[in-house]
Design a protein around this ligand. Structure first.
Ligand code: ATP
Ligand code: MG
Length: 453
């Protein structure tokens, strides 16, 4: 699935890009922006990161336009603390680097400038662009056509993905500039693509994942035309670079809104375009479909709880949970199979599924290996629980802690109690749901079966 070079749609020629941007301009937006003065919006300079303010002011003092853009403006308007503060300007990259000694130009297709501060803080400054880097194209020899395509502020707003991500905060007069109707959509709690969703998803299908993530995170409703366009264009996600798809999808799982994201992916069937194997489990004709779906989503609901408590949930756990519906349906239940045969069969199934499901996304080998180890460890952990002791060999394995974490999440979702035996061998804060009142093991190395619940 990996297509290095062009992130998406090698066939989309430049002329079609230019045409579609023109059509966005002329059909939908050819109008003066809405300017919301400082007195009519809640963003104050105190809310903006100190270093980002320094960058904005220095650009402004040297006669350039300087806007705070993208997710930071959206988050500030929603009363959230932004993850990062991006700046857009009409200064060109080399002009920006002249203003900031501690800066460097990066980017192959589109150059932007990173300005560095103390404690490894960094602010990204980009020159206004006329189109998204993900709509860039290649020449006949397969080389990327390097056009920075600098643009106007209006074009820079129009090339963005959804309306609530296209607002600018202008340091010159502290106003908000809205070319795309983002303020109205924020008020009405709507996620809508900038321009026609059919066109915008065809240009860059990864935007479908982004629409879903932003809707899941904010709890906003996806506007009907945008929602229908995801259903219509979902298969086109396969045209995209696998690494981009993987990165955007894993943000869905990691950032505290995995459950609502996956729910929307199930409703739009985008999840099946990404992971066709899941269709077998969640297909409408499967009578257990609803039950399996509820369980699957509840697993990610627990992941979201952990993330909101500030815990980092390793990617190997996220990918293991994603595989659980498939593993369940592949568990050997035949009465003639002995334990050893069942074990071998399960291990082979895990390896096979990991290759089948994750290889198309260029998931790093190390991560695939860790995922398979913690899934395989479930067998040994359950066996240890039954035996009433955990061998030192198992406890010292590099995947032990993650294996226990996975077992704990699965147990919590099923409403099972995790035996004290297990809780005693991992740090007490591994899972917040585990009761704190447990006894320390009496001896290291072995645990008597009397400690079993
Ligand atoms: P977050 O808070 O998760 O960082 P964000 O909106 O800032 O959310 P980024 O991935 O950091 O998301 O992207 C920064 C901005 O770049 C977005 O707000 C959006 O305006 C624009 N953008 C990102 N990806 C695309 C895309 N595929 N097509 C068009 N615009 C995009
Ligand atoms: Mg961001």
């Amino acid at each position: 699935m990996e297509k290095p070079g062009v992130p998406c749609d090698q066939d989309a020629g430049k002329s079609s890009i230019v045409r579609s941007l023109h059509s966005i301009n002329s059909q939908h937006f050819n109008m003066a922006p809405l300017v919301i003065p400082r007195s009519e919006h809640p963003i104050s300079r105190k809310m903006i990161d100190e270093e980002a303010l320094k960058v904005l002011y220095r650009l402004h003092r040297h006669g350039f336009s300087a806007y705070l853009v993208g997710g930071s403006v959206r988050d500030l308007l929603l009363g959230k603390i932004p993850k990062d503060f991006d700046v857009a300007t009409n200064a060109h990259p080399h002009e920006i680097t002249l203003l900031f000694k501690n800066s460097r130009i990066i980017g192959r297709r589109f150059r932007l400038v990173q300005v560095f501060f103390k404690e490894r803080k960094m602010v990204e400054v980009s020159t206004f662009r006329s189109h998204s880097e993900f709509e860039e194209t290649i020449d006949e020899d397969g080389k990327i056509i390097r056009t920075d395509s600098f643009g106007t502020p209006e074009e820079d707003a129009l090339r963005r993905d959804i309306t609530i991500n296209g607002l600018f905060y202008n340091i010159a007069d502290f106003s908000i500039i809205d070319y795309i109707g983002g303020m109205a959509d924020l008020k009405q709690r709507v996620i809508r693509t900038i321009g026609h969703p059919n066109e915008r998803f065809q240009q860059d299908p990864v935007r479908m994942i982004r629409v879903i993530r932003h809707a899941a995170r904010t709890g906003f409703v996806i506007e009907d035309k945008t929602f229908q366009a995801i259903i219509r264009h979902r298969e086109e996600i396969r045209r995209c670079s696998s690494s981009r798809v993987r990165d955007e999808f894993s943000r869905d799982l990691k950032e505290g809104a995995a459950q609502p994201s996956l729910e929307l992916m199930l409703r739009t069937h985008l999840l099946f375009s990404l992971f066709p194997d899941l269709l077998r489990v969640f297909a409408d004709r499967n009578p257990l479909n609803k039950q399996d779906e509820t369980f699957f989503l509840s697993l990610f609901g627990l992941v979201d709880q952990l993330v909101k408590m500030g815990r980092t949930v390793p990617e190997s756990i996220l990918y293991s949970l994603l595989l659980t519906p498939l593993l369940k349906s592949a568990t050997p239940e035949h009465p003639f199979l002995g334990e050893r045969q069942r074990y071998i069969y399960s291990m082979q199934t895990i390896r096979l599924l990991i290759q089948q499901v994750f290889t198309p996304f260029s998931i790093p080998k190390g991560l695939k290996e860790m995922t398979s180890q913690i899934l395989m460890a479930q067998w040994n952990l359950r066996k240890s629980i039954n035996r009433g002791m955990i061998s030192k060999g198992l406890r010292t394995k590099k995947y032990f802690r993650e294996g226990v974490l996975l077992l704990g999440i699965l147990a919590q979702a099923k409403g099972e109690r995790v035996p004290r035996l297990l809780r005693n061998v991992v740090p007490s804060d591994l899972l917040p749901w585990w009761p704190k009142d447990f006894r320390r093991p009496r001896r290291s190395g072995r645990f008597s079966s009397s400690m079993k619940r």
